[in-house]
Design a protein around this ligand. Structure first.
Ligand SMILES: Cc1cc2nc3c(=O)[nH]c(=O)nc-3n(C[C@H](O)[C@H](O)[C@H](O)COP(=O)(O)OP(=O)(O)OC[C@H]3O[C@@H](n4cnc5c(N)ncnc54)[C@H](O)[C@@H]3O)c2cc1C
Ligand code: SF4
Length: 329
């Protein structure tokens, strides 16, 4: 690891001022950033430690929703009784990720900002447009079993690795951000980016901006929702495909649906077309299969990941079936 300076921010203003300097990086739990520094993928001159800022609470909001502090730990968020009872899909997504030790350290803001697990991104001996813009993409024509089937570009076919973010996409959360120009809110769908020809940018966050909180709307779909994660091992593995499925059902008919996928694209993949197609239909396997077809209508495989298309199709149907049955194992 290269030498770097370390500064602990005592106040939000200090963090924003320090984080606006070029060559600085915020550090919260450190579970992703330190790995990337050890692998020489990221080389910040200065780390601004934000972990002691008072942004670690989980609070009810006046509209009946919940505000998750950016520095609340993933474990504390998943086990919060209000998250468990009102947003069980979110709790389940968090607990499907990483390990208990990691979830005790990892923060909600850091989870949103974690980088892809593409092998070539971590291997500085190989080309990677995300790590070194303009150097090429090792995964295109290389080993690409874990890579994207939706929304990829000729520059990058990486996927976003988070579980938490897939549930936040389905819940239509809002990200609260503070930066040199003040505070702003970002709808979750607009927070992460598709790669296009600038895959080095994962999010729409501007330099120096800090995530302060994530707002959950009142509708948590507690009665009919689930998070299904399909992976190579039963635990401690990233998703090959994951599905956050949430339904509002009235007498067997779907009133409203939410559907988001992980492991398939550069960002959590929420499909409003599929959601619209589910609304007003009976909650049956035929309806769910039709929605899966809509989500995957533009899916494109690479050399080693064609299996993901069929896997995603089956996972969507299974997740929607579980959600309709009100099953929360
Ligand atoms: C072995 C292993 C397995 C894992 N498995 C999974 C998994 O299955 N599913 C899953 O979802 N995740 C998984 N993770 C990832 C883990 O969830 C993330 O590493 C963690 O959430 C990052 O949070 P952190 O607080 O440690 O972030 P840090 O490592 O401190 O920071 C990560 C990035 O976020 C930035 N950052 C941190 N906080 C903020 C903020 N408030 N505002 C703006 N930028 C900020 C940092 O500058 C840095 O760029 C795994 C990690 C490991 C090491
Ligand atoms: S898929 Fe993206 S992250 Fe992976 S090597 Fe290509 S450019 Fe880099």
């Amino acid at each position: 690891m290269r030498p770097f300076r370390y500064a602990r921010a005592a106040h939000l203003d200090d963090a924003i001022a320090a984080g606006s300097e070029s060559g600085t990086a915020f550090v919260a739990g450190g579970t992703n950033l330190f790995d990337l520094m050890k692998a020489d993928v990221l080389r910040p001159d200065t780390l601004v430690d934000v972990s002691r800022l008072p942004l670690d609470t989980i609070d009810d909001t006046p509209d009946g929703g919940l505000r998750l502090g950016a520095l609340a730990r993933n474990a504390d968020t998943a086990y919060d009784p209000r998250v468990q009872s009102r947003y069980p899909m979110l709790a389940r997504a968090i607990l499907a990720g990483a390990s208990p030790q990691l979830r005790n350290m990892a923060t909600n803001g850091g989870n949103l900002m974690q980088r892809t697990r593409c092998y070539y991104f971590y291997d500085t001996a190989t080309p990677c447009n995300k790590r070194a813009p303009g150097s090429g993409c090792g995964a295109i024509g290389g080993v690409n079993r874990i890579h994207a089937i939706l929304g990829a570009s000729p520059s990058c076919i990486a996927v976003h690795p988070s579980d938490l973010c897939v549930a936040l996409a389905a819940l239509a959360a809002t990200v609260r951000v503070t930066g040199p120009d003040g505070e702003r809110t970002v709808p979750f769908a607009a927070f992460h980016r598709l790669p296009g020809d600038t895959p080095e940018r994962d999010t729409t966050l501007e330099p120096g901006e800090l995530i302060t909180a994530i707002d959950l709307p009142p509708q948590g779909f507690a009665a009919h929702s689930t998070y299904l994660k399909v992976r190579d091992r039963a635990s401690y593995a990233f998703a090959l495909v994951s599905v956050a499925a949430a339904l509002d059902i009235d007498g067997g008919t779907i009133r409203e649906a939410r559907l988001a996928l992980g492991g398939v694209a550069h960002k959590p993949w929420r499909d409003s077309g599929a959601e619209a197609a589910l609304a007003g239909k009976p909650a049956t396997p035929a309806t769910f299969a039709e929605a899966a077809g809509i989500v995957l209508r533009d899916a494109r495989a690479h050399d080693h990941n064609a299996f993901k298309i069929g896997l995603a199709r089956r996972a969507i149907v299974r997740a929607l079936t579980e959600a309709a049955g009100g099953k929360h194992p």
